[in-house]
Ligand binder design. Structure first.
Ligand SMILES: Nc1ncnc2c1ncn2[C@@H]1O[C@H](COP(=O)(O)OP(=O)(O)OP(=O)(O)O)[C@@H](O)[C@H]1O
Length: 297
């Protein structure tokens, strides 16, 4: 099935997130299976995989929302089992499920998060205004969230996560259910925040094109494991070179696609083997759990 070399981690760069041999099961279902993952400080790291790959479970382990044994998950060196509060203080988390309240204004929603995350009272109004400004919601800040479009709601949730100035921003499928324009707008805002603050971003997505465009490095996850890890260019070039070598060794004449660099989709299909098809789940075949816009309407 997979011909990719085992994923490697680089411990020389300061790690924002490190998972070592992380397992997590729901009854008989092994959602995360001996996961090794290293996210470097300051990068946008994309965890890619089809529905059910284990992305959300991994994210929830890192956020301390699911219990993990000691020495399995660290966030900026803090152990997620032993130092839960220290870990939580360092991160902002935007889950797949809706986290904004439709019956409150944008400003009220962000203020609520500022309170929950203990933003000092005297700084609160300014920090809320700044977070709304970063995501271009200043003009709409005093409108009820139920009047927002899906993309605006996603940006509001981004502001909610940013108001505590986290060092690590974790986003679970931030663009699911959005139209292409809203998707690129959300990404542009994530990118702008990263550039301005140096914040580390860990994002799950099944949109390969988004990952190629916006993530510094990606981890391809399937059935609870990372099967390949690197920059999108590295992964694509590695597969191209391997195919060329195989063709040469087999003595076959040049294939039609010999000169072409495979896409990230090809890489995924290569590392996941037949699994994607057996499960009836192309990675782009989304259950679309989110459907943000319709839920607030
Ligand atoms: N609360 C739960 N109880 C039982 N099984 C669960 C639970 N949450 C997830 N699972 C199972 O664990 C596996 C991994 O699910 P997970 O949600 O982590 O995948 P994912 O890659 O995030 O996919 P999706 O994008 O569809 O959420 C799946 O087989 C899923 O059915």
């Amino acid at each position: 099935m997979s011909h990719e070399p085992a994923p490697t981690t680089d411990d020389s760069a300061e790690e924002a997130v490190s998972c070592r041999a992380l397992d997590y099961s729901f009854g008989d279902t092994k959602a995360v299976d001996s996961l090794d993952l290293s996210v470097r400080t300051g990068e946008i790291f994309g965890l890619l995989g089809p529905n059910g790959a284990g992305k959300t479970t991994a994210i929830r382990c890192i956020t301390t929302l699911l219990p993990v044994p000691t020495d399995r998950v660290k966030v900026f060196g803090h152990d997620a089992a032993k130092e839960q509060m220290a870990v939580r203080r360092l991160l902002g988390y935007v889950p797949q499920q809706l986290s904004a309240d439709a019956a409150m204004t944008g400003r009220e929603n962000v203020t609520l998060f500022a309170r929950v995350f203990d933003v000092p009272r005297r700084e609160r109004a300014a920090r809320v205004a700044q977070a709304l400004d970063v995501v271009d919601l200043t003009a709409a800040a005093d409108r009820m969230a139920k009047t927002y479009s899906g993309g605006m709601i996603r940006r509001l949730e981004l502001a909610q996560a940013l108001v505590s100035a986290p060092r690590l921003l974790m986003l679970d499928e931030p663009t699911i259910g959005l139209d292409p324009i809203a998707r690129s707008s959300v990404w542009e805002h994530i990118n702008a925040v990263r550039q301005a603050t140096g914040m580390t971003v860990l994002v799950t997505t099944h949109y390969m094109d988004e990952a190629e465009q916006y993530c510094d490095r990606v981890g391809l996850m399937h059935r609870g494991r990372i099967h390949a890890l690197g920059t999108s260019d590295e992964l694509r070039t590695r597969l191209r070179d391997r195919r060329r070598t195989e063709a040469r060794e087999a003595g076959t004449s040049a294939r039609d696609d010999d000169g072409a660099t495979p896409t990230l989709e090809d890489v995924f299909r290569d590392v996941a083997g037949q699994g994607l098809d057996e499960e009836g789940g192309d990675y782009s075949d989304v259950r679309s759990a989110r459907r943000t816009a319709s839920r607030l309407g």
